[in-house]
Design a protein around this ligand. Sequence first.
Ligand code: ADP
Length: 341
Amino acid sequence: MKQNIFHSASIKLTSLYLIIIMVISLVFSLGLYNISSQEIERSILRMPGPVTQRIFQTRDRSLIEELLVEQGQAVSRAQNRLKANLFVLNIMIFISGGLLSYYLARRTLEPIEEAHEAQSRFTADASHELRTPITAMRLETEIALADEELNLKKAKLQLGSNIEELDKLTALSEGLLQLSRLDNNDLEKEDVDVANVIQQAVERVEKKSEQKSQTIKVSIAKPASIHVNSLSVVEAIVTLLDNAVKYSPEKSEILISTKILSNSVDISVKDKGIGISRKDLPHVFDRFYRADNSRTKDADNQGYGIGLSIAKSVCKAHGCVASVKSSVNKGSTFTLNFPTS
Ligand code: ADP
């Protein structure tokens, strides 16, 4: 279906480009033919050479008539040759213009096709992610309802589990909303102090890190200012810190630091956690990607794999680059490189 839409759009666009090329080519050819015909007539009929002049001087009518017929034939022969050449030229322009038009049509439609594909993939992934917990919740609830020995304790347990699932679903739908807002790129930006943004993010995850007896160390090189939407940047750093807490063992240390470069500043979050395998590393910023690591599939750690893709989109909306270095069982370092204001 999608293939058909873009195929017919390519054909329509190719035809449109080709019509424009051919109209221009035909108008030019017509103009060229008129000018060249006049030139031919002028050079053959109106500017007679010395032989013609001598014939006219003889005043021999039949000779002059013969000469005029011959000149007329020469003019129409030259005009026919011109017509044939212009015809061949237009055929060549039609063929090469057709190929060029198709190439240009494909180039024009390619980004639209890619965006359309990404949108459909995103919608399919999002509905899958939303359906899975809803189905599980429904199944659990149905089993509980069918249980004849369902007592208050069991019912409360079930309701508690439902609330957990609902919290996750709320977080997922908020994330999806944020992603679509970022795709539209309508963020209000202001100059903010990097240390301030980091402080706000650290405060948001301190409680979680304390539950795992982890320490978050902050190391700010020098004061720096970035022109960003502070709320979404704080959110992106919270995601990195939250993951560091989630995927690191108890009592470990997490370091958040800055590095000032010539026109930018690096904000890095380094942990000594489970790390990410080489296979997963290029995909961790993809939407809905979760590393294929059994430990990351723990119930406590289960996320939807959109945190990092949101962080990356936030980054992109600010002309920033997100990167990661990691080695399994040693730890990971996520870096956001923001242009300085
Ligand atoms: P999730 O909600 O699953 O954590 P993210 O988009 O934040 O989604 O992360 C994608 C995947 O990248 C995670 O499922 C996890 O496997 C991996 N990951 C992210 N951060 C870390 C980290 N600090 N250490 C190890 N793995 C990580």
